[in-house]
Design a protein around this ligand. Sequence first.
Ligand SMILES: C[S@@+](CC[C@H](N)C(=O)[O-])C[C@H]1O[C@@H](n2cnc3c(N)ncnc32)[C@H](O)[C@@H]1O
Length: 345
Amino acid sequence: MNRFQTVLDGVSLVTPDLIAGSSKISDSGYLQERFIEGRAELAVLLALSEQQFQNRLPAAEIVRDLTTRLSDLRQKLPSSVWQRLTPIAREHPVSAYLLEDPLTRWSFEKPRGYSGDAQLLDFIYEHPSMSPAIEQASALGRDLYAYTKQASSSVAVRERRSILTAKVDAIASDRPGDTEILTIAAGHLREADQSQALKEGAISRWVALDQDPLSVGSVSRDFAGSRVEAINGSVRTLLSRSQQLGRFDFIYAAGLYDYLAHNVAVKLTERCLQMLKPGGQFLFANFARDIRVEGYMETFMNWALLWRSESEMWSIIGGLPNQDRFEAKVQFGENRNVLYAILQT
Ligand SMILES: C[S@@+](CC[C@H](N)C(=O)[O-])C[C@H]1O[C@@H](n2cnc3c(N)ncnc32)[C@H](O)[C@@H]1O
């Protein structure tokens, strides 16, 4: 088994290097030429941003233009060539300026050892627990953060949290007092903070599963005395049925499928359908393709994801047996940065 298969098995954590290292870079003359051309363009655009920082142009303007130029370059290059360029961008002196942004820095440094941890999401949610880190940032860092937290991907992540809260509350309003929810890759379960159904006791059991013991501990503390049960588990423990979790009215996963290879995504979806009660719903979210921030995320944030198109979402659903068991829809969030697949049994 190669490293890529090992990592995308649904239990191990995907790091950008592993995604990058997985694509075989052919040394064909054509790709070599594209690499040389891309590297030259990258050097020009990074030097321009560096000069703008030196000249103290507004931080938001610099990072917005840089994000656009990186996106244009990424779009026109073969992906194997782009992947070879991302470490080169990170080594450029301009990255010292960008890493003053606490959000970019957290993503780049990966204090929990993997990409996309729940504290990173807390920067995006502007959760009060991250305020000290933001206050300690330099003036430039705070200006950059004012931009990155408003980037389209950040807006979409906050909308995703609201969509999930609304979905939980709507499902619970059909079965007050008797609703069972399973959140896979729950992180800090921030969507539960605003849930009326949880406050009003309409939820009988809300299982929040995550592979990271620190996040599980945080959910246990934050929701002590409520119907939320934080448990340590992973895609692998779900697939191997090593935990007996029971059945649920609503199961969902946000911020997880973006790290799962197609075959694991299909298996997990099938497993989730099996854990639904009759009439239950399963939802999975995934960042969409071509959202114009991937270039910045993959370089300076070192945050590589498996971006999916609508048809790639449908192909996960299409891989399931017995299609007549459920009705499915795939839809975008408001700014089209996140896709949602909803399966109703
Ligand atoms: C981007 S965060 C999303 C957190 C939360 N769902 C949200 O939307 O705010 C991704 C979470 O997935 C968890 N995770 C990653 N791989 C996992 C796996 N194979 N099994 C279970 N959890 C996983 C991480 O520990 C992390 O808490």
